[in-house]
Design a binder for this molecule. Structure first.
Ligand code: AMP
Length: 174
């Protein structure tokens, strides 16, 4: 088994698939967005509600603590890493060869359609635009980094939830 990073744009289905995968393979699901929402800190909520990223240092410390709390588990990372700095930090916490990244590919058009239907507090039109812009700015360096270390996999995220799940299962077990 490996630690899995379920990667993709906001609305690509990372949360849904990460949850299903963690149950199927008995892994720990770590969603940084979920953890941040539970902290209920005013400053953090303000950053989230305007669609920006919380600082790498805050996020990295959260992840470090979660991994140290549960040293024997395998993790499914959902929403982390979101920057190259976070990717490199994760490689210091866990052996790089024990981590793979799976990119759920969904077109911008589909992502916008899905996010407009979702009713989360931070899913306003302005916010969606900013999150997608930030996502696109950070994506390429992250994907290049995992590609250059042979840890990059991709899946079409536009199929049904079950089809995407089945493809993920195949990828993980092969
Ligand atoms: P998510 O639930 O993954 O869409 O995350 C919701 C929001 O939490 C994002 O728009 C960011 O403001 C913040 N967030 C979640 N994960 C991270 C991360 N790894 N780095 C920085 N900010 C994050």
């Amino acid at each position: 088994m490996k630690h899995l990073i379920i990667f993709g744009a906001p609305g690509a289905g990372k949360g849904t698939q990460a949850e299903k995968i963690s149950q199927q393979f008995n892994l720990r699901h770590l969603s940084t967005g979920q953890i941040l929402r539970e902290i209920v800190d005013k400053e953090i909520l303000a950053i989230m509600n305007n669609g920006s990223l919380v600082s790498d240092d805050v996020i990295n410390q959260i992840i470090k603590q979660k991994i140290e709390e549960d040293k024997n588990s395998y993790f499914v990372f959902d929403g982390y890493p979101r920057t190259l700095k976070q990717s490199k930090y994760l490689d210091k916490l866990i052996k790089p060869e024990e981590i793979i990244l799976i990119n759920l590919i969904v077109s911008s058009k589909e992502v916008i359609a899905r996010l407009s239907l979702r009713k989360r507090n931070d899913d306003t039109e302005e916010n969606i635009k900013r999150r997608l812009k930030i996502y696109h700015k950070n994506t390429k360096p992250i994907l290049d980094y995992y590609k250059s270390t042979n840890r990059l996999y991709k899946i079409n995220g536009e199929a049904s939830v079950n089809d995407v799940f089945n493809r993920l299962k195949d990828l993980i077990t092969n």
